[in-house]
Ligand binder design. Structure first.
Ligand SMILES: [Fe+2]
Length: 196
């Protein structure tokens, strides 16, 4: 063992346009900039959990000219996030569209109402929503997924189950089925069937 105990502290991502990303995380997710380094790096915190808030939970780093040129070369510099939204297969596995190796970044919100409110606000802003609101089987947490300006999917989550050591259920292996990813799928289907 290299370490005996640890917790997740912050996530760092590279972005196409640092100012556009700061604007998104500030105006959409109510984060605040703590410090910056030159024009290339910003550290952001989540003020909504201020009592436990630390200097930063997110580090945004501007992609270099070479990285931007490589994206341009692959015709991936400009993104239509709504196009990704339309590409999600209805009946396939619940994979999220993503433009980089980071699959998603999850932020905790107080409750289901906060997630419902976020979904309504995103719809009002015509911002893509990839999945949710729904509830995962493993963790029993509620989720809502939508992209940041670079296509990194953001997850808002609430009501995550406690760790097994803290009174949560013992670890197990779940079946690879859609309702493992969203336990509300079946009830939604029932609702649709009833209204037909
Ligand atoms: Fe997640």
């Amino acid at each position: 063992m290299v370490v005996e105990n640890m917790g997740l502290d912050h996530v760092a991502i590279k972005v196409r346009d640092l100012e556009a990303s700061i604007e998104f995380y500030r105006d959409t997710l109510n984060m605040a900039v703590s410090d910056r380094i030159g024009d290339g790096v910003a550290f952001l915190r989540t003020p909504a959990v201020a009592e436990q808030s630390e200097h930063h939970e997110l580090n945004l780093t501007q992609m270099s000219e070479a990285e931007l040129a490589a994206l341009d070369e692959r015709d991936e510099l400009e993104l239509d996030l709504h196009a990704f939204e339309r590409d999600i297969p209805e009946d396939g596995p619940p994979m999220l569209p993503t433009t980089g190796p980071i699959y998603h970044i999850a932020f905790e919100v107080p409750d289901f109402e906060a997630i419902e409110h976020a979904a309504e606000e995103l719809r009002a802003r015509d911002h893509p929503i990839y999945r949710g609101p729904g509830r995962h089987g493993p963790g029993n947490n509620i989720f809502l997924y939508f992209p940041d300006p670079d296509g990194y999917p953001i997850e808002l989550t609430a009501e995550m189950e406690a760790a097994p050591e803290m009174g949560g259920k013992p670890a197990k292996r779940w079946p690879q089925t859609p309702d493992t990813w969203n336990v509300w799928l079946n009830t939604e289907d029932l609702g649709e069937a009833n209204s037909e």
